[in-house]
Design a protein around this ligand. Sequence first.
Ligand code: SAM
Length: 280
Amino acid sequence: MPILYLVGTPIGNLEDITYRAVRTLTEVDFIFCEDTRVTAKLCQHYQIETPLKSYHEHNKDKSAEHILALLEEGKDIALVSDAGCPCISDPGYELVNQAREQDYRVETIPGPNAAITALMTSGLPSYKFVFLGFLPRHAKEKHAVLEKWMSRESTSMIYESPYRIKQTVQAIAEIDPERRVAIGRELTKKFEQVETESIQTIAQMLEEALIPQKGEFVVLIEGVNEEATATHWWEGMSLVNHVDSYMQKEDMTSKDAIKQVSVDRKMKKREVYEAYHIQE
Ligand code: SAM
């Protein structure tokens, strides 16, 4: 039974590869990769002599047909990207979908991923996170995406290029200048840098070249406490109107409405009662 392997490869440090990945890349019939020059370096380092073929954003449909035909012939195939995990901000998922639809076995050989590496190193909350990949380039669309996800509880993870890092930091600062963020630069490489600071401080560090605008970047944005920032339908309403609304709209007795308002406003029932009846 032929297998399509999705193989995680290093994001910088060539030693970040598993024994299983090296064995699989050695044993498969073909390795499909984004840039054959990049993967050739990895193969040379580990003395892997498997033939390389190209699968990238611009030939992925044609190349997928070729891969499926090879699977049909009983060949084992490995898919890798230039760095990290195939399919994650890299092409691959359409191929995986097609292979699965045709009942081929798909196996992932897990490996490094830049966003997860940054998250682990950052000290930002890591139990809930959302991966946004690359943001839209257009300022208005970028702002809309940031605004949406920055109002959530999860840590947002973004990939960014050195050419747009300043602009993206600026866009985050415009939404919330106090927000804690982390910048992961050149992860696992010689000049690795991970800074966790307020976005204002990060902007300053970029300005002063304490964070050089060179290399590869991951930006992480801490989420908010949704409970604390949520707006409630009754905000801005007087306490009396709040109680009356429950009585009118929900058909509650004044006693029940007062009880509900005390829960909503985190007040004592007696305080709500007194405030309500003093107004009457
Ligand atoms: N598939 C990869 C993964 O699993 O992380 C991501 C590929 S995506 C096309 C490339 C982007 O990932 C870069 O522009 C950068 O934002 C991020 N990246 C990759 N390697 C990195 C590294 N060593 N340090 C920081 N960011 C990195």
